[in-house]
Design a protein around this ligand. Structure first.
Ligand code: HEM
Length: 533
């Protein structure tokens, strides 16, 4: 009898919860129906951007979902994203409450996931002023160049075999790198670059350097912790009140807390001590190159950051920059290997026309429109952040005929926006750098088209737009140009003949390219734990 009463009570509660939910969302934008309590949680998968894009036909540009009690809105087009996230950014610039990643692991001091408020504003201002387009080239151009040289030359030292010298003075070398190796080169490069930008520390040469491991481990901890469904406590915040030491068998309920608190102590110690070293050098008047941390120390009166905030802000640079940039470069390598024509055009654009062959310099980059177009197209075509970063509304709002409740999570579907045929035309799915180029009458060389936000939305929106986008563009372009200048990138051969088939005959080349292992460009194989793909 009592079991029956309990069952009726539970079912009654579920029904009541569902009715309240339906009432609250009666004016929300359209979306797929969900189940009581869990809403649409069961429909999410590891490439939800594809699912959301497919829902566009049925429900439209703006779609409402419920993840448990959490209202979520998917923005599938530029138009709705600009209307809400750009034009109304005073309402839509908070981040979701993340008990593990934001509150416990980073104490709300990591800029990318910090909640909207006074601390975020202070940190954002300091970051914005030190990473503006006008200062980036001048402050970090040399560091970016040095690390790009190290990346291109570093690729040479694994299983390199000198080939016959060509007629020109460049020695030709063939290197075969398995994916984990070339990807770890990219990770070494971006960790080295962004720790140098943050603190002006010497370049890191080894892929197994402890600093690299630590940067990668924090980034992957955060990306895993921010993925929806990663921790039960995000759906049941009451678990946050359990003491850190629960006896077994209940201790698993609180393991996330012990792990995140220990990790916070470790990372905080490392970030504060590296920042204190920069402070010490500034106080002693030691002349160093510019670095982000150095600017924060020198301008501390202006920005009014505590040391705790400043040291986490400096760390925010490499946490936000290293993984995104390494993955963008990884896609570029796949693209260069896959599209030979693109590589050839890029190489002739990067082979700077001087009489003496020399390494490309940052000052050459504005004169390489084809290479710039390749970067834009790579970001558009294979966004490393297909669902951007979530924004949260801080007020109730009305958009057209719909209501958007305070506390709603808005997910910009970058993937869908970057492939919108209404914006890019019927060839939106194709990799085509030429879409960003045009020719002036009477001139043979192409020019880079002026387009809004470089023709893609990978860097996000409104007041939370990527603060490091100018450094990202500079470093990705410099390193790609350096790789093109020094290397030919080829997929590994199934049959190791014709590595560099000099044939110019189209058909023969087409035939020989069938012997290459096609790099996988499937839609389902691209997820690497978390929000960065
Ligand atoms: C290709 C590389 C990169 C991509 C695709 C990328 C993308 C993004 C995106 C989508 C956001 C969130 C925007 C939004 O909320 O609407 C973001 C924020 C951010 N990015 Fe980047 N980023 C890249 C490189 C970098 C680099 C190199 C740095 C640092 C030097 C950096 C620093 C940041 C920071 C600090 C934030 C947080 C801003 C805030 O929340 O106020 N990013 N980035």
């Amino acid at each position: 009898m009592s079991v029956l009463v309990l069952l009726i009570l539970v079912l009654g509660f579920i029904l009541l919860f569902h009715l309240v939910h339906l009432y609250k969302t009666r004016n929300a934008p359209p979306g797929p129906p969900g189940l009581p309590i869990i809403g649409n949680l069961h429909q999410l998968n590891t490439s939800s951007w594809l699912l959301f894009a497919s829902w566009r036909q049925k429900y439209g540009d703006i779609i409402h979902l419920s993840l448990g009690p959490q209202p979520v809105i998917i923005l599938n087009t530029h138009k709705v994203a600009y209307e809400l996230l750009d034009k109304r950014s005073a309402i839509y610039s908070d981040r979701p409450r993340l008990i593990v990643a934001t509150e416990t692991l980073t104490k709300n001091r990591l800029l990318g996931i910090a909640r909207w408020g006074e601390r975020w504003r202070k940190m954002r201002r300091a970051a914005h002023e030190s990473l503006k387009k006008e200062v980036v080239g001048e402050m970090y151009g040399e560091i970016v160049w040095r690390d790009a040289v190290l990346l291109a030359s570093g690729l040479r030292f694994e299983s390199s075999t000198p080939a016959e010298n060509g007629e020109n003075s460049r020695e030709e070398v063939t290197t075969t790198l398995a994916p984990p190796t070339w990807i770890s080169h990219l990770e070494r490069y971006t960790s080295s670059l962004f720790t140098a930008i943050a603190y002006d520390i010497p370049p890191i040469h080894s892929t197994t350097d402890p600093l690299i491991r630590s940067v990668c481990s924090l980034t992957s901890y955060i990306t895993r912790a921010t993925y929806p469904g990663a921790h039960l406590v995000e759906f049941f915040p009451i678990l946050n009140y359990l003491p850190s030491s629960l006896p077994s068998p209940l201790s698993f309920l609180i393991k996330w807390k012990r792990d995140a608190e220990d990790a916070y102590t470790r990372y905080n110690g490392a970030f504060e001590s590296i920042y204190a070293r920069v402070e010490e050098r500034v106080k002693r008047g030691i002349e160093d190159k510019k670095s982000f941390a150095r600017t924060l120390v020198e301008e501390d009166e202006k920005y009014r950051l505590t040391r705790h905030e400043a040291s986490w802000l400096a760390a925010s640079m490499f946490v936000a920059g290293a993984d995104t940039t390494a993955n963008t470069l990884a896609w570029l390598i796949v693209i260069l290997a896959r599209f030979r024509r693109v590589q050839e055009k890029g190489t002739s654009n990067a082979d700077i026309s001087t009489d003496t062959p020399r390494l490309p310099r940052p000052s050459d980059l504005p004169h390489l429109p084809y290479c710039q177009a390749v970067i834009r197209e790579a970001l558009r075509w294979r966004p490393v952040d297909p669902l951007g970063l979530p924004h949260v509304s801080v007020e109730n709002d009305v958009f057209g005929e719909w209501e958007i409740q305070k506390g709603t999570i808005l997910l910009p579907n970058v993937w869908s926006m970057n492939r919108d045929v209404d914006v890019y035309g019927p060839d939106a799915d194709e990799f085509k750098p030429e879409r960003f180029l045009y020719r002036k009458r009477g001139q043979s060389e192409p020019w880079l088209r002026e387009v809004r936000e470089e023709g893609h939305v990978n860097f996000g929106f409104g007041r939370r737009i990527c603060v490091g986008k100018h450094v990202a563009n500079l470093s990705v372009l410099m390193s790609m140009v350096m790789i093109l200048w020094g290397w030919k990138v080829r997929p590994q051969l199934l049959n190791p003949v014709n590595v560099d088939n000099p044939s110019t005959d189209e058909e023969e080349e087409e035939e020989s390219s069938k012997k290459y292992v096609e790099p996988k460009l499937g839609k389902d194989d691209e997820v690497r734990d978390g929000v960065v793909v």
